[in-house]
Design a protein around this ligand. Structure first.
Ligand code: CA
Length: 251
């Protein structure tokens, strides 16, 4: 196992955050810090993150909200809640919201590392998040790489097309540049490759999303919108769902 694991620490109290960062860095992890919920969410959605340590009481977006947003796009990303609020209610709410574990502050370095280790061991290989997205009566199953339409028509997506969609889904709400798509989907990091290849895949993806009868380009642009001078973005009307929607009626 040569690759260093990356942990995002979302904690607004500077002293605690620095302490956790030191503990993890000394233990050999790569650490990304965030002092508020919104930044934490953005950092946690990056493709190379292995685990998130998430405080609950945070400025800009609280930990429960961050967790719920994360679960929509990264259902398999391990999350450990860090909180001084050791009440059972919060613990249950956090675990039910999809947290993998819960550490109550104050904690020792040994305890923290043991939890991080245990959670990472349970998810040795990060599985692809299985995401279903829909617009109207058209549903895209990114895991199975297929488009299903209300009429029963089913169209297969190529690995590249599904990869592009997943990248847009995991960055819903912001544009993704062609360079970023190249590096994320193709694994190409130098700028020597034609970014036009991306445009060709996008065109084919839109054709598939539009289907046979939908002659106007409008519906395809609703799925994958062009952001001039920036790249592409998932359409605002596209609904994202994971295959593990928490059921509401569990008590
Ligand atoms: Ca806090």
């Amino acid at each position: 196992m040569g690759r260093k694991r990356t942990v995002v620490v979302v904690e607004d109290e500077d002293a605690i955050r620095r302490g956790v960062v030191d503990i993890l860095t000394l233990a050999g992890y790569l650490v990304v810090e965030a002092a508020d919920g919104r930044t934490g969410l953005t950092e946690s959605r990056r493709a190379d993150v292995d685990l998130v340590l998430l405080d609950l009481l945070l400025p800009r977006m609280d930990g429960f909200e961050v967790l719920s947003e994360l679960r929509k796009t990264c259902p398999a990303l391990p999350v450990i809640i860090l909180s001084a609020r050791g009440s059972e209610d919060d613990r249950v709410r956090g675990l039910r919201g999809g947290a993998d574990d819960y550490v109550i502050k104050p904690f020792s370095a040994r305890e923290l590392l043991a939890r991080v280790d245990a959670v990472l061991r349970r998810s040795p290989e990060r599985p692809e998040p299985i995401v279903t997205i829909s617009l109207g009566d058209t549903v895209v199953d990114c895991g199975r790489r297929e488009i299903r339409r209300g009429g029963g028509e089913c169209v297969a997506l190529s690995e590249m097309e599904a990869g592009i969609l997943l990248r847009l889904v995991s960055h819903a709400g912001r544009s993704v540049s062609r360079e970023e798509l190249l590096s994320a989907v193709w694994g190409i990091r130098d700028g020597g490759v034609e970014t036009r290849a991306i445009d060709m895949h996008i065109t084919r993806l839109r054709q598939k999303l539009r289907g046979e009868e939908g002659g106007d380009d409008g519906s395809a642009l609703e799925w994958v919108a062009t952001v001039r001078g920036k790249g592409y973005m998932l359409g605002a009307g596209v609904k994202i769902a994971t295959d593990e929607e928490p059921s509401e009626n569990v008590t």
